[in-house]
Ligand binder design. Structure first.
Ligand code: URA
Length: 183
C-alpha cells in the first residue's frame, strides 16, 4: 500500500468532526499518486457519499465536460474536496469542520506534489488561500501554482460565464504544466 492509500484508509474511518455521523462513505479523492494537477471542490454531495468517489453526480458531469473541453484527461488528475464527508442536506461545510479536515488535504498535497492546484468555488478558494504564499503575483502552495475558478455546480444554475471561466482556468492550469516542462 502506498502512502496515499494509507492516508485514504485513515480518512475512511475519521471521526474528527460531526460530519462522520451522517456519512455513508468518506470521500478521500481519486486519481494517480503522482498527478501533476489537483482539483479541489467543496464537499461530497449525495452521489459522492453513496459511491465514495468525488464529483460523480451532476456537478461531476459538468466537470467532466469542462475537463474534456480544456483537453485534460480526468484519469490523469487527482480530484478531492476540502471536507471529505457530506454535510447534511449539502449545506456548506462550517469553519470547525474545515479546520478538522484541512490537514488531510495538506498531507495529500505533500504526497502528490502537484504542479498545479485548481480550487473550485468559494469554499475551496477561501480554504486553499489559507495554505498559499504569494510569489510575484502568483498564488502558490510549495512549488504548485494555484488557480481559482467557479464550482461546476454554479453552471447547473445557468451561469454560462462560470462555465467559460472554469474551462479557461483548467486550460491555463494545463498550459502552466506544459510551460514548466519546457524549462
Ligand atoms: N461538489 C463538490 O464540491 N464535490 C464533489 O465531490 C461533488 C460535488
Amino acid at each position: 500500500m502506498n502512502e496515499l492509500d494509507e492516508l485514504a484508509e485513515e480518512i475512511k474511518v475519521c471521526t474528527k468532526c460531526r460530519l462522520a455521523k451522517g456519512r455513508i462513505n468518506a470521500v478521500h479523492g481519486e486519481g494517480p499518486s503522482d498527478a501533476r494537477m489537483m482539483l479541489i471542490g467543496e464537499a461530497p454531495g449525495r452521489s459522492e457519499d453513496q459511491a465514495g468517489r468525488p464529483f460523480c453526480g451532476s456537478a461531476g458531469r459538468i466537470l467532466d465536460r469542462a475537463l474534456r473541453e480544456a483537453g485534460i484527461k480526468r484519469e490523469a488528475v487527482f480530484i478531492t474536496n476540502i471536507v471529505k464527508c457530506r454535510p447534511p442536506n449539502n449545506r456548506k461545510p462550517v469553519a470547525d469542520e474545515i479546520k478538522s479536515c484541512l490537514p488531510y488535504l495538506v498531507r495529500q498535497i505533500n504526497i502528490i506534489k502537484p504542479e498545479v492546484i485548481v480550487a473550485l468555488g468559494s469554499v475551496a478558494k477561501e480554504s486553499v488561500e489559507t495554505l498559499c504564499t504569494r510569489d510575484q503575483g502568483n498564488l502558490r502552495i510549495g512549488n504548485a501554482f494555484v488557480f481559482q475558478t467557479y464550482h461546476p455546480a454554479a453552471v447547473l444554475y445557468g451561469n454560462r460565464k462560470a462555465y467559460e471561466h472554469l474551462v479557461s482556468e483548467l486550460a491555463k492550469a494545463a498550459q502552466s504544466i506544459n510551460a514548466q516542462q519546457q524549462i
